[in-house]
Design a binder for this molecule. Structure first.
Ligand SMILES: [Zn+2]
Length: 332
């Protein structure tokens, strides 16, 4: 399933993400030599409709067409099949960012492939790992880490002042690589926006030219901890109008990374339905009653919380979740 190569495939730097299936045929791991041997690992298109990472890599590599890379670079181009049809994943596929070592997913060709990519990279002793994503709702650009290790936080702080620490969901690429190198996820706003490509490409360039990561905590960061994930049970209909079991609050899309006060209305309910949301913590326990209460066919927050990745897109909610709930933490 995996194609591994030491040569930059012809046409890769000019291709559109939708053309990669024709060009590569399969998920591809490309190793490029550079002056320092410990590679920068860059993961792109784990979600086929999140193209920023791929275009940022194109921009980065175009800079070095006529000069050597300051350090080796290994690029993983993930779900080319889903990218061809501009989907996160195909219905028959698992989520490519839930099947890395540490996953709860059953063994399948994709879990084998990601184990293989991890083993290959572990032996090459990466300098750092950067996985690049987009989100569906409106969010600022931010970086995520899976362990609160100074090198990880330093790396995340090079992308921007907002940093999110999460341990759930399991099986994500960045958590697997945190086992053997500093790893971050970049969330670069919505797919298809030029500022996401230029911001992440500038960041890749900066990391590529970094000799050594400092162990000091960057002072300028706002660090959030993802404490819970909100999902909608399959059996309830959802939307932004009142004909659905759960009517989502469109206004909350503008509230990602803003603190919502206790009592804020999260969603409306059809009085005839027994619809509800489900909140799970990092240990996968149902903690709905700690966060939400239902009154007069409305779901309200029971305590202050900060949202991330809130979206009203039904497809995005069904394939992943409605949002995450975060708390700010202080370190250093
Ligand atoms: Zn993604």
């Amino acid at each position: 399933m995996l194609n591994e190569t030491d040569i930059l495939p012809d046409g890769l730097l000019e291709a559109k993400a939708t053309e990669l299936l024709d060009l590569l045929g399969t998920p591809t791991l490309i190793h490029l030599q550079g002056e320092k041997p410990e590679p920068l690992f860059i993961s792109t298109l784990l979600h086929g409709n999140e193209t920023t990472g791929f275009y940022a890599v194109q921009q980065l590599l175009k800079e070095y067409q006529d000069k050597p890379l300051p350090r080796a670079v290994s690029v993983f181009i993930g779900n080319v099949e889903a990218a061809a049809v501009e989907q996160r994943r195909l219905d028959r596929q698992p989520d490519y960012n839930r099947v890395w070592p540490g996953t709860r997913h059953d063994n399948c060709a994709e879990t084998d492939m990601m184990t293989n990519v991890s083993n290959i990279m572990r032996k090459r002793k990466p300098f750092a790992s950067i996985d690049i994503h987009n989100n569906t709702g409106l969010n600022p650009h931010y970086a995520c880490v899976n362990i609160l290790n100074p090198h990880c936080i330093q790396l995340a702080g090079m992308f921007g002042s907002t940093v999110v620490y999460f341990t759930s969901p399991r099986g994500v690429q960045s958590a697997a690589f945190s086992d053997f190198c500093p790893s971050v996820v970049l969330e670069c706003g919505q797919s298809g926006q030029a500022d996401g490509v230029s911001h992440s490409s500038r960041f890749l360039q900066a990391v590529l030219n970094t000799e050594k990561l400092s162990s000091e905590h960057p002072v300028h960061i706002n660090l959030f901890h993802t404490v819970a994930r909100v999902t909608v049970p399959e059996k309830f209909s959802l939307g932004t109008d009142s004909s659905t079991d759960i009517h989502l609050n469109h206004e909350l899309e503008k509230m990602n990374f803003e603190q919502l006060a206790r009592g804020s209305i999260f969603a409306g309910l059809n009085p005839e339905s027994n619809a509800h949301l489900v909140v799970t913590n990092e240990s996968n326990e149902d903690v709905t009653s700690e966060f939400f209460e239902t009154r007069d066919s409305k779901i309200a927050l029971k305590k202050n919380a900060t949202l991330s990745m809130y979206t009203t897109s039904e497809r995005a909610i069904r394939q992943d979740c409605l949002c995450y709930l975060m708390e700010q933490i202080h370190i250093g």
